[in-house]
Design a protein around this ligand. Structure first.
Ligand code: KG4
Ligand code: ZN
Length: 350
């Protein structure tokens, strides 16, 4: 593990992610760059319930985990090629996290390699490290997913200072709950994104709660409620152009609030740009509006490729690659955490 010279074989890290409803395993090597990346989505198992059912999710992880890990390491000739293991230890659904962590510990013990527990949100931020030209530090990161909508001042890897966050629902939750009322399926963000392509973003004026720049907190529950009330006033659901217009208007309101605050945060701390992370970072309007607003303020904007925005194990392996290369490893008694604020982390030693 200490061998870092040009003649050394590359250090290969197996990443495992099971914090919610994706069973994922990936291998990254020095760069960090992706060697393999396998994601199994449990969408079909949860779809009839309109959201993730924790017990079903844990059982699905148990049923799939071995196959997913095998598919991630097989192209390299198996576990012999792996020098360290990174696994999400929180935040997330406890029963789900335990499946990945037990797998990681067992493999690390059998192979005699170190393992490291990774914060899922640090994982999302580490998707940016997999780019051929990763964004520079310091920057502002907008972590926006089904459970999080937070702005961080990122001074370096592992140095995260919370600048603002949602006081109620996450942006992804607003997308998903409104999509559920529309009968679009779960998770709904991607369906709203698709339908919005044909719609007029100015068709329906939806509220933009907490759009003030006096602070950097968010609130999406009012927008969610106003959207659902609007739908009820229209008879419960919409079709055709009206549906497209509604989706575009909702998406525009969410993108407007998110990007306005992200740009303000970057200006406030004098950062060079904004990194997008998390499932909602895959939203086409959030990406294009951030790009537009950043360039007006001479800031850069970075969004990882869309498949690396939603939950995956390559981002966990990338974070693990940095931490394991810094000599960090986690003890056998480490537990999983349902909550784990990103700003409580420590940077790896230089
Ligand atoms: O990061 P992620 O895969 O899981 C969590 O850690 O929560 O994020 C999932 C969230 C869901 O709310 C989903 O609807 C949303 O990301 N999402 C999108 C898009 N793709 C995924 N929201 C809007 N537009 C998208 N294209
Ligand atoms: Zn996530």
């Amino acid at each position: 593990m200490d061998c870092r010279s040009a003649t050394c074989p590359p250090m290969r890290i197996l990443g495992i992610e099971t914090s919610c409803d994706e069973t994922a395993a990936a291998v990254v090597e020095d760069g960090p760059s992706i060697v393999t990346n396998v994601v199994h989505s449990q969408i079909e198992a949860h779809a009839p319930f309109g959201g993730v059912v924790p017990e079903i999710a844990s059982r699905e992880h148990i049923g799939r985990m071995t196959d997913i890990v095998t598919r991630a390491v097989e192209p390299l000739g198996g576990m012999e090629a792996i020098d360290g293991i990174a696994v999400t230890t929180g935040p997330g659904l406890v029963g789900c996290l335990l499946v990945g962590v037990q797998m990681a510990k067992g493999l690390a013990m059998a192979r005699g390699v170190p393992w490291v527990g990774i914060n899922h949100l640090e994982g999302h931020l580490s998707a940016a490290l997999l780019a051929s030209e990763p964004p520079s530090y310091p920057h502002v990161a907008l972590v926006v997913s089904g459970g999080h909508t937070h702005l961080y001042h990122v001074r370096g890897f592992g140095e995260y200072e919370l600048m603002g966050g949602t006081r109620d629902d996450a942006a992804g939750e607003a997308f998903d709950k409104v999509a559920k009322v529309l009968g679009l399926g779960y998770p709904g963000g991607i369906h709203i994104d698709r339908l919005a392509q044909q719609g007029d973003p100015n068709a329906i004026r939806l509220p933009r709660p907490m759009a003030t720049l006096k602070h950097l907190d968010f609130s999406f529950s009012g927008l969610k409620t106003a959207s659902i009330e609007y739908l009820r006033s229209q008879g419960g659901t919409l079709e055709g152009q009206e549906l497209a217009d509604f989706c575009a208007s909702l998406q525009e309101a969410i993108a407007d609030i998110l990007t306005k605050k992200a740009v303000a945060a970057a200006q406030q701390v004098g950062a060079g740009g904004v990194v997008l992370a998390g499932g909602v970072a895959a939203n086409s309007r959030v990406r294009s509006l951030l790009e537009e607003r950043c360039s007006k303020k001479r800031l850069w904007a970075f969004g990882p490729p869309k498949p690396l925005c939603t939950d995956n194990a390559a981002m966990i392996a990338a974070a693990g690659w940095v931490r394991l290369a810094g000599g960090e490893s986690t003890g056998w008694d480490e537990e999983v955490r349902s909550r784990w604020p990103l700003d409580g982390l420590e940077a790896p030693s230089p």
